[in-house]
Unconditional design. Structure first.
Ligand code: PHE
Length: 338
């Protein structure tokens, strides 16, 4: 009798279970009501009293062995079913939704690329700036209204710090850290204490451009702006209107000639045919001096533009607040930009 137990034991040990069907077979063969091990339990009754102890113990060991083997096989089959190819291949997959590039990032990247092609590098600076980089070094007189609480978010604990109101602060940092020639483009987020409406927001984005070298003139500025108008808007004609910025002299607003061919052109240009795109000018000698560059040797130009306004124009977005609302229905419309 003990021989039969040992035989079955080696059979059970040698069995390899690789599928649910085989697991069932195994159960039927050894553990079911008619299974070999169950049969042995029935035979237990006929074993002589002195053999009962040894036989019973061996039988119990065999039964546990078979049960454990069956259970372990089922568990490992369960696991492989979820990761392996044995799962239900017709089940619909979990959809992986593709994201979209945010329109602000798309426009920023496009503009940065245009300037990278002609030798500009990219520079960035902190969003919390000190008075020096945001104002003083940029030739803002003490009493200039832009320093007023109305425009600037000051850091309460330290009134020397503020959220930068423009990316021109990065100009100063670039000039302080490297000697000319400097040819850099600085995209970034800026902050102004303004009421939020469809057309204006207290948080928005700018791109600043700066070129400093020997003999840089207004002609170079106009040339680079024409290049930009052509590359970005596909428009060949620009005009420069006199303007004022403390850090540039002379200063100008740049309009791109958009045309007046259809109703949208009228809407975009408010009926003028011209689209205002940026501010610019020759870097004021005071600014060069403040940043450690000799204005008798070097000259330069700077320009700065708002990304939101350009994006609103490009995609015909009616409300600036849409950029920050994170409404999927809005963002999904830019999927084609991938
Ligand atoms: N910093 C200016 C603004 O925020 C834009 C500008 C940049 C103008 C560089 C001239 C030169 O409006």
């Amino acid at each position: 009798m003990l021989d039969r137990v040992e035989n079955l034991k080696s059979q059970v040990e040698a069995t390899v279970i690789t599928s649910r069907e085989e697991a069932d077979m195994f159960r039927l063969q050894y553990l079911s009501k008619k299974g070999a091990i169950t049969e042995l339990f029935k035979a237990f009754r006929d074993v002589s009293a002195e053999d009962k102890k040894a036989f019973g113990a061996a039988l119990n060991i065999l039964k546990t062995l078979a049960e454990d083997k069956h259970k372990a096989a089922l568990e490992s089959l369960d696991n492989t079913q979820t990761v392996g190819l044995s799962g239900d291949l017709t089940r619909p997959g979990t959809p992986h939704e593709l994201g979209a590039i945010h329109p602000i990032n798309a426009i920023r990247d496009e503009i940065v690329d245009i300037f990278k092609r002609i030798g500009f590098n990219i520079s960035t600076g902190p969003e919390i700036e000190d008075d020096w980089h945001n104002f003083s070094a940029l030739n803002f007189p003490e009493e200039h209204p832009a320093r007023d609480m109305q425009d600037t978010f000051f850091v309460q604990r330290n009134p020397d710090w503020a959220l930068r109101t423009h990316t021109s602060s990065v100009q100063v940092r670039a000039m302080e850290s490297i000697q000319p020639p400097i040819r850099t483009i600085s995209p970034g987020r800026v902050f102004r204490n303004e009421a939020i409406s469809a057309r204006s927001h207290c948080i928005f984005h700018q791109i600043e451009g700066l070129y400093i070298d020997k003999e840089v003139s207004f002609v170079d500025l106009k040339q680079v702006l024409m290049y930009f108008a052509q590359e970005f808007f596909g428009k060949a004609k620009i005009r420069m209107r006199p303007s004022y910025f403390p850090f540039t002299e002379p200063s100008a607003e740049v309009d791109v000639y958009w045309g007046l061919e259809n109703e949208i052109d009228y809407k975009i240009t408010k009926g003028t045919g011209w689209l205002e795109v940026m501010g610019c000018g020759m870097v004021d000698p005071n600014v060069l001096k403040a940043s450690g560059i000799d204005p008798d040797v070097y000259t330069g130009y700077a320009f700065g533009m708002g990304i939101e306004r350009i994006a609103m124009n490009r995609y015909q977005i009616p409300d600036i607040r849409l950029f920050t609302e994170n409404d999927k229905r809005f963002l999904e419309q830019f999927k084609t930009g991938l």
